[in-house]
Structures are given as structure tokens and as C-alpha cells.
Design a protein around this ligand. Structure first.
Ligand code: ZN
Length: 473
């Protein structure tokens, strides 16, 4: 293993600048495909470091690729920077929105994007100083929360020459887990009926809202006859205007998830049949609109064990009294027992149960697990070996996608997690760049696991990124 002192020192020396950058992105809190200011800031940082930047890739103005060096090996760091609607929050341990109803960084992507960029810069600096061969890339990936960015970037071939990719996510635990996510389809179903006076002329109306409701009933019956790990959820995005007008248009937005891609495709076809059935029952018609789909994450044990080694070498953060006090107050807002249940499910060692913020590192387990959520990192993992890990940037027991995460991501708990993640990424990146055997091992494992099921983009031919779905604020 090449000594990683210099990449760690680079991150330490730029600590203030990196923290300020993540704070600005935290303050912008831009939702998916609207992350223009966040993307421009990250691009400017990469350019100042000597990276060449291509903006607006794969048809998305807030997507970019920053690249430095030439030839093999090609190492990719994955960055995200989108916020979530409705979780606006001050740097405060009690619920206090900056602006009620506005977006906030409830998944910590302000930290995610900056740590990955810091790692890319630290590695590049070292490669330049020593004249090491290879290419370092930072992928600025928008709209992770809506499972859009990387799926379109993969389809456009932006990862086709990448040897290995490294990814991390802010969480409540320092852990490398071989944990797969679910594959997913995201689609809107718009029904069309005939408007009429709901009381005076109901016989002439055909309710599109009835079709939405009957489709949802059908989907709720479908649940019993899918594999147990499948997930279906929906929101009604248009239910008509006023009760006295039979709705001529109504719309429902569905996510279909399952552990594997072909399972999602099968359930999605059945859901289309349910929509057809709802039309027959209500004498309406419908149009499906496929927004995006993604793959499950394919763990790579070879890369993940390298990441574990470097996480242990970097070491976990220890927390100050002020941070622990902040955590104590935040933890008062979680339902009792939430932390214990989560840690138990993760088979965490006993000492973690007494901590407020994780201050150790979970031991590596090669056992593979899978869970309910989805990420478009999945698609990258099917086209190039991808290692992933989590770093504690918040309080044990915190709910995901929450104001509590937003609060911790904007203050020193999140900042210190971000810097630890940057160090793990940078030193693992340097290790891989200077040890061809490690990359080879990761690629062999990946080739073996994907041989039978080569990646096929979940996106229908010619589909464009759903820029028109942007919320208006
Ligand atoms: Zn996230």
C-alpha cells in the first residue's frame, strides 16, 4: 500500500475551504435537476485544481464530468448535491425551518458531493507531484433522489472507460456494508375522462379520479401476489379541481421496487394491466409516462474490503461535548427505541448502543444484505465495479430524509464526517491507482457477477431526462 500521508494532509490543509463549500451547497438546498448553483460551485473548485470540466452532460444542465490525467487506470469518484423538498431546517437541534415548506439537505448530499470532490483533488495533487499515470474523474451527478442523474449518464456511455468507481454516503454509522439496494421504476399515470356537473349532470361525466382510485385499489391487491421484498408506493399528483366538476384529468405517480431489475419489470407490466382495468371500469383512457428506472447496487467485495482497510487506517471521528449536546437534543425528537431497533437490525456491536454519534467503525462482514431503498449508484455498479461505504455525519437513530439529517449536515458533526469520508476515498483511491492487482481483482469479481446479466438501460429508447417535471420552487 502506498503511503497516503500526502493525500490526507491535502484534505487537512483545505479543511476550511471544503467546509465553506459544503455549507454554501447546504444553504442553496436545490432539488434534483435544479442544482445549478451547487453544480457551478463544484465545477469551479475542480477547474481551479486543474481539472477539465464538461458541463451539462447527458442532457442535464446540472450534470458534469471533471477529469484530470490520461490513460489507464481510470478511477471515478461519484458526487451528488441534490436536496429534498419540505425539510428546510436551520442549524438547530429542534424543528426550525429556514423557510417553511422549502427544500433542505435531509440526505446530506451537500457533504456527499464535496467529500468526493476533495478526494479527487487530493489524489490528483499527489499524482501530479509524483508523475503517476492514470485518470482521475469526478462525476457531478444531479437528481439522485429521483433516481435520474446516473441512469442517464450511464446510458450516454460516460462510464464506459472507467476501471473502478468509489462512492460514499453520509449516514449514522461508519461502515462498509455489502448492502444491495432495490431496483426501481418511476412512472406517472395520467387518466382522461369527461367533465360534467357532478350533481346536475353526472350521467355525462366519466371520472378520471375514479380511475386513479380504482388503479390504486388494484395495486393494493397486487401486493399480496408479488415477491415479499417488492415495494409499491404512490402519490396522487392531480385529483381534479372542485368537487362539483367530475374530474376530466387525474394523475398518480408510482414507484415500483424489487431486489432485481427483471422483478421490477414484471411487476411494472402487471401495474400497466391494472391501469388498463381501471380504464375499462370507468370508461376513461390513460397514458403512462416513464420517468426513470434504476438497477440494484451490486456490491464489490474486492473494493469494499479495500475501503474497510482505509477506513480503519483513517480512524473514526471522536465528538466534542458541544456536538454530543447537539446530538442529545436532536435525539429527543426521535421515537423511543428507533435507534436500538436500527442497530439491532444491523447487528451492531454492543458498545455502539451507548453512543449518541458513532465513534467507532463497524467490523467488515462479507455477508451480503439487501434493503428497501434505491439509488442510481446501482446503474454505475453494473457497468463498472463500484465500492461504497457510509460515514457517521449525524445522530444514531435519526430517520432518513429528515430535518434532523438536514440540521446535522449543516454543522460540525456533518463537516467532520465529510472530511473523514474524503480521507477514506482519497487514500483508497491512491491505493487502487498504484496497485494494478487490486483493480484487476475488483474487475474479475464484477465480470463474473455481470456475465449472465449484462446491463440493459431501464430507460425506454430515446427517453430524455424529465426536466419538465421540475417543481416550480
Ligand atoms: Zn442520499
Amino acid at each position: 500500500m502506498t503511503t497516503s500521508g500526502s493525500v490526507l494532509a491535502w484534505i487537512e490543509s483545505r479543511k476550511a475551504e471544503l467546509t465553506a463549500l459544503s455549507d454554501r451547497i447546504w444553504e442553496y438546498a436545490e432539488v434534483g435537476l435544479q442544482e445549478h448553483r451547487s453544480a457551478r460551485e463544484l465545477e469551479a473548485f475542480a477547474r481551479a485544481q486543474g481539472f477539465s470540466v464538461e458541463s451539462g452532460v447527458a442532457g442535464m444542465p446540472s450534470a458534469f464530468v471533471a477529469s484530470w490525467g490520461q490513460g489507464a487506470p481510470v478511477l471515478a469518484f461519484l458526487g451528488e448535491y441534490d436536496a429534498l423538498p419540505g425539510v428546510s431546517q436551520k442549524r438547530s437541534p429542534q424543528r426550525e425551518p429556514v423557510q417553511p415548506g422549502a427544500p433542505g439537505h435531509g440526505c446530506g448530499h451537500n457533504l456527499l458531493g464535496v467529500a468526493a470532490l476533495a478526494a479527487a483533488c487530493a489524489l490528483q495533487e499527489r499524482m501530479r507531484a509524483e508523475g503517476l499515470p492514470g485518470t482521475v474523474r469526478y462525476y457531478g451527478c444531479p437528481a439522485e433522489e429521483t433516481l435520474v442523474g446516473k441512469v442517464f449518464m450511464v446510458r450516454d456511455g460516460l462510464f464506459s472507460d472507467v476501471d473502478v468507481a468509489l462512492d460514499w454516503h453520509p449516514t449514522a454509522l461508519n461502515a462498509v456494508r455489502n448492502h444491495s439496494t432495490t431496483a426501481l421504476n418511476s412512472a406517472k399515470f395520467t387518466f382522461f375522462g369527461r367533465t360534467s356537473h357532478a350533481a346536475g349532470d353526472p350521467q355525462n361525466g366519466r371520472s378520471a379520479l375514479d380511475a386513479v382510485e380504482l388503479m390504486n385499489i388494484g395495486a393494493n391487491y397486487l401486493r399480496e401476489h408479488t415477491i415479499e421484498k417488492a415495494r409499491l408506493h404512490y402519490v396522487i399528483t392531480d385529483g381534479g379541481g372542485e368537487p362539483n366538476v367530475v374530474p376530466g384529468r387525474a394523475q398518480v405517480w408510482y414507484y415500483v421496487r424489487a431486489p432485481e431489475r427483471d422483478q421490477v419489470e414484471d411487476i411494472y407490466q402487471r401495474l400497466l394491466n391494472i391501469a388498463r382495468g381501471a380504464c375499462l371500469m370507468t370508461d376513461t383512457s390513460f397514458e403512462p409516462e416513464f420517468l426513470s428506472g434504476c438497477y440494484n447496487y451490486l456490491p464489490n467485495q474486492a473494493l469494499n474490503s479495500v475501503l474497510q482497510q482505509h477506513m480503519e487506517a483513517v480512524g473514526p471521528n471522536q465528538w466534542t461535548e458541544a456536538e454530543l449536546e447537539f446530538a442529545r437534543r436532536l435525539a429527543e425528537s426521535f421515537p423511543k427505541g428507533q435507534k436500538e431497533a436500527g442497530l439491532k437490525a444491523m447487528k451492531a456491536p454492543p458498545e455502539v448502543f451507548d453512543q449518541l454519534i458513532h465513534a467507532s467503525i463497524l467490523p467488515y462482514r462479507d455477508e451480503e444484505t439487501s434493503g428497501g431503498g434505491s439509488t442510481d449508484v446501482g446503474d454505475v455498479s453494473w457497468v463498472t465495479p463500484t465500492g461504497r461505504f457510509g460515514v457517521a455525519c449525524g445522530v444514531l437513530g435519526q430517520p432518513g430524509h429528515s430535518w434532523q439529517v438536514a440540521a446535522a449536515s449543516g454543522m460540525s458533526i456533518g463537516h467532520r464526517g465529510m472530511l473523514m469520508a474524503a480521507k477514506v476515498l482519497a487514500s483508497a483511491g491512491l491505493d487502487l491507482m498504484t496497485d494494478a492487482a487490486k483493480i484487476q481483482k475488483a474487475r474479475e469479481e464484477w465480470q463474473q457477477r455481470t456475465r449472465e446479466h449484462p446491463y440493459r438501460s431501464p430507460l425506454p429508447e430515446g427517453l430524455q431526462p424529465p426536466l419538465h417535471q421540475l417543481p416550480s420552487h
